[in-house]
Design a protein around this ligand. Structure first.
Ligand code: ZN
Length: 225
């Protein structure tokens, strides 16, 4: 790779301590790498970019043991096949979308994509603790954006991987298939009880300190108080 290419590839990559954040394009979900764990997989449209990034990191797609999917929307799960040897985990209430390759429920059309069917390896219920690098990620079931949306929480570092529930400057939508505003409000209440220092959302920039304050301020503007 010549320098220009390396530069553009590096712009898609952020290091957050031991966590690597990859942003392949504006359509792709954020992909987080922690040790041999990936959280979300993007659309699957930008395989070569991901491969180039991993090459710079001296990592191989085959090295990943698990990919945890925060919910079954195409921009998060379309790339599940990238991680060749990884077991795919998804909440049981979103698992059928992946298993059937249900492009409609995965809003794949919105991204001009079509979802490949895959039987998930691990069905999550909520409450599980998943080891990922030095983190222990608690699965928190936070329905509302989709029925099986989850957040992943590392209590030790007060880090919340929030999927499409909360972003740095907004909250997730509930008007797509399977969305439920009441369930979403209840999920927000669940998250409010957590100590959150770092917020690592499914899209856009992370919040790297004092994330709870940012969230509280945002929540005060919304109906979710
Ligand atoms: Zn989504």
């Amino acid at each position: 790779m010549h320098n220009l290419k390396i530069e553009s590839v590096l712009s898609m990559l952020k290091r957050i301590g031991d966590i690597i954040l990859i942003q392949l394009s504006s359509s792709d979900s954020n992909i987080y790498l922690i040790g041999d764990t990936a959280i979300d997989s993007g659309t699957g449209f930008n395989f070569t970019r991901l491969r180039d990034i991993l090459r710079i990191l001296k990592r191989d797609l085959k090295d990943f043991r698990q990919v945890i999917l925060t919910h079954a929307h195409f921009d998060h799960i379309g790339g599940h096949g990238f991680f060749l040897e990884a077991k795919a985990s998804v909440h049981m209430d979103d698992a059928g979308v992946l298993e059937r390759g249900d492009s409609e429920a995965a809003i794949a059309d919105f991204f001009d994509g079509s979802l490949k069917a895959r039987k998930p390896d691990i069905l999550l219920k909520g409450g599980e603790k998943i080891k990922a690098g030095n983190m222990e990620l608690e699965v928190i079931h936070t329905p509302g954006h989709t029925p099986g949306s989850i957040c992943l929480y590392d209590a030790k570092s007060a880090t919340l991987f929030s999927g499409d529930i909360i972003f740095a400057n907004s909250v997730g939508r509930t008007d797509t298939p399977g969305g439920d505003a009441n369930a979403f409000a209840a999920s927000m209440e669940k998250l409010r009880k957590l100590k959150i220092e770092r917020l690592l959302p499914g899209h856009g920039d992370p919040v790297l300190s004092g994330a709870k304050k940012v969230l509280e301020a945002k929540l005060e503007e919304t109906e979710y108080m």
